[in-house]
Design a binder for this molecule. Structure first.
Ligand SMILES: [Zn+2]
Length: 326
């Protein structure tokens, strides 16, 4: 760790010691405060001995970010105490619960549109993004995949969720929404963290406008025939001046849009990758009777393909079906 950072941490500890001592003087007899002061003193002792920032167990350096976040920690990630491990797990569980709370209703129906999705993070949290948002007569849908994995990717996902919903609420055209999202991610991102994204707006008459920014193709099934709506731009958050081109498609009664993340198409089975073609064939061979049927048929097929191989990525599927008006 740099000398300036060590100086900063030393200053933090001395300041904490001073504060604790004055609080303890005002309210003597508080065992928790005494224990905390003891910990701060022992960290200052380690500073004096030149062992501060080294793991008590393996004597290697403790991760810099963790130490800056909590100057009192004494173990590296590999040697967390039972207590610290439990605290970390609680944090993750809470983040996971929070992320699940952002998902739309499972069987959302808006006017002539019926939807269903499956969202399965590989770990506690996911960088996959799936959302449905009705506004007036229209249904907005979003599916994306943030680069990277774990907590950082999931934080980005929650940003996308909040951004989209507020921009839609402002009544902006979809093209402007995508531009705003791209600009925001470019300006506020960790470099190299971008997101592939499909976002669309479905109208009651079956018209759909969508943007595919660097994502896998969206499968449109019209009268049993597939059409692949391929990406027309870079992922969002990659280039500030990127242009995004809309795609338009008209869905009749019982036609469907099917979206997925690479955790589906790149899932490994005994015969290589699952692939996009397999999903296309599945959807066109037996026209699913509803959106939920399309999602579960694909999931079932994917599970049979993957077999006992462990998953390596988050899996998200989203189906939107335009109901026939009769
Ligand atoms: Zn260690």
């Amino acid at each position: 760790m740099a000398t300036t950072e060590m100086g900063f941490l030393h200053g933090q500890l001395k300041e904490r010691k001073g504060r604790l001592e004055s609080v303890i003087a005002a309210t003597p007899g508080d065992a928790n405060l005494q224990a905390l002061l003891h910990e701060v003193d022992s960290a200052l002792d380690r500073f004096a001995a030149g062992t501060y920032g080294l793991c008590d167990s393996c004597h290697e350096s403790i991760e810099r970010d963790r130490l800056l976040a909590d100057p009192l920690i004494r173990y590296c990630l590999d040697h967390l105490t039972k207590h610290e491990r439990a605290a970390l797990q609680r944090d993750l569980d809470l983040a996971s619960e929070l992320q699940r709370g952002l998902l739309p209703p499972r069987d959302l129906r808006v006017g002539t549109w019926e939807t269903n999705y499956h969202y399965a993070p590989l770990g506690a949290v996911s960088g996959d993004y799936c959302d449905l948002f009705p506004a007036k007569e229209q249904l907005y849908f979003m599916l994306g995949d943030v680069s990277g994995k774990g907590v950082a990717a999931s934080m980005r996902m929650t940003q996308l969720h909040a951004l989209f919903r507020s921009l839609i609420g402002m009544g902006l055209p979809l093209a402007e929404i995508v531009e705003h999202i791209n600009g925001f991610l470019c300006e506020s991102g960790i470099s190299g963290q971008y997101a592939t994204l499909v976002c669309g707006r479905a109208e009651p008459g079956g018209e759909v406008e969508l943007f595919n920014a660097g994502h896998l193709p969206v499968i449109a099934v019209q009268k049993g025939k597939p059409q692949l709506l391929e990406s027309t731009g870079f992922p969002v958050g990659m280039f500030r001046d990127a242009a995004f081109t809309p795609l338009r498609v008209l869905l009749g009664g019982d036609d469907m849009l099917f979206l997925f993340t690479d955790g589906v198409s790149e899932a490994e089975g005994g015969d290589g990758e699952y692939g996009v073609e397999r999903i296309v064939n599945l959807l066109c061979r037996n026209t699913p009777c509803c959106a939920g049927d399309a999602v579960s048929a694909c999931l079932e097929d994917l599970r049979a393909f993957v077999g006992t191989q462990p998953g390596t990525d988050d899996v998200t599927l989203l189906a939107l079906r335009h109901l026939s008006l009769n």
